[in-house]
Design a protein around this ligand. Structure first.
Ligand SMILES: *Cc1c(COP(=O)(O)O)cnc(C)c1O
Length: 382
């Protein structure tokens, strides 16, 4: 068997390579490389796909978070609640602007920010010792949207902006709506490994607020005003380029089908592995984009070594809570810390997941995991 990829972007490319080549040739021809016609076309298509009113594309998912915080005027002296179990960018965007990330624990079953822990953090931060509470960034980890209906009332009662980090979850949904329309703002990423990825860096902000969208469009263009060389605010240079938008338009055309395939593959994994480890749990009527298929096991390290021996790539998202990562230890956490995040960091492992994973390869992966668990349990019993 050939090398097993963790995410197989080549199979996807061969499916649409003709269309991508044509689309890229068109950009070369018209030569409007920055904010060319493909960018507006893609923003419109993505708004239609997600149900969000406004999509403002930018240079990365990290920039999308930064632009949102800038649009809200968040900076030094301000506090933003973030989950302790996430990719660094969530907290980094806050810290880069001079604001303070405040770490909150996550739910054991969904891995997403825990409303109870958030409430405790909001209560504890009320005294203002660490700064003025301004916003919550909920992360839709591994593709499953966070529990926005439980977060919304907490945000409203405390006067906080509710931001969704949907870098991994575009294509996922709650009964209330799709990722992209679940927070006051949503940020996403088109990093190549994300479910909807381009061939470089890219990102977008979603909002239903037309005035905020206008501010975001200004911010991504150095804070420009009505004309290009009139600056009305301090901004960034953060645009999605026309090549990436052209690629994303092609990828969006097969995205719904890919999401269906991911769901089938997730179902198959659950059937194969459910008796041997903790497989992902979705909330009622929630759908995931399955950015990652992440299992939990007390025998995680044995699973990783067994997969390694069989040439099966795995990844540990994430090995440490953000609150213990270098550069972030000094930031505040909810009273009692994040014991669930700590435990998840010891037990999670992500298996190969992409829409083109064959049944044969998936069976091989499951067999390696099951054998590793059986061996480890036999060792424990002896
Ligand atoms: C990937 C990711 C980001 C950052 O996206 P980039 O496009 O790489 O900047 C932010 N948050 C989460 C949860 C991510 O997974």
């Amino acid at each position: 068997m050939a090398d097993i990829p963790f995410i197989d972007l080549q199979k996807q490319r061969s499916r649409i390579s003709g269309a991508i080549d044509t689309a890229l040739a068109r950009v070369l021809e018209h030569g409007r490389f920055i904010l060319g016609p493909e960018v507006a076309e893609f923003e419109t298509a993505l708004a239609r796909f997600t149900g969000a009113r406004e999509v403002v594309s930018c240079a990365s998912g990290t920039d999308a978070l930064t632009l949102i915080l800038m649009a809200e005027g968040i900076g030094p002296g301000d506090l933003v609640f973030v989950p302790a179990f996430t990719f660094v960018a969530t907290a980094e965007a806050v810290a880069q602007l001079g604001a303070t990330p405040y770490f909150v624990d996550v739910c054991e079953d969904t891995f997403n920010i825990d409303a109870e822990s958030l409430q405790a953090a909001v209560d504890a931060a009320g005294g203002g010792a660490h700064g003025r509470p301004r916003a919550i960034i909920a992360v839709d980890l591994f593709g499953q949207p966070a529990d926005y209906p439980s977060l919304q009332p907490i945000a409203e009662a405390a006067g906080l902006c509710l931001i969704a980090d949907a870098a991994q979850s575009i294509g996922g949904s709650l009964p209330q709506g799709s990722a992209g329309m679940l927070g006051d703002y949503t940020a996403t990423s088109f990093f190549p490994a994300k479910p909807l990825g381009c061939y470089g860096d890219g990102g977008a902000v979603f909002t239903d607020d037309g005035d905020k969208a206008e501010i975001l469009r200004s911010l991504r263009m150095h804070g420009e005003g009505a004309s290009k060389y009139d600056t009305v605010r301090i901004g960034l240079n953060s645009r999605l380029d026309s090549f990436q938008a052209a690629i994303l338009l092609q990828k969006l055309s097969i995205f719904a089908d890919e999401l269906e395939r991911r769901q089938q593959i997730a179902d198959r994994y659950a059937g194969l592995l459910g008796d041997y480890c903790t497989t992902p749990v979705l909330g009622k009527d929630v759908s995931s984009s399955w950015a990652q298929y992440t299992i939990r096991s007390p025998h995680r390290d044995a699973i990783v070594s067994a997969c390694d021996r069989h040439g099966i790539p795995t990844a540990i998202y994430y090995p440490k809570p953000m609150s213990r990562m270098g550069g972030y230890q000094a930031f505040p956490s909810v009273p009692g810390g994040s014991p669930v995040a700590e435990q998840l960091c010891r037990e999670v492992v992500s298996l190969p997941m992409h829409p083109y994973l064959s049944e044969q390869v998936q069976t091989k992966i499951a067999t390696a995991v099951i054998d590793a668990v059986a061996q480890a349990e036999k060792g424990n019993a002896a």
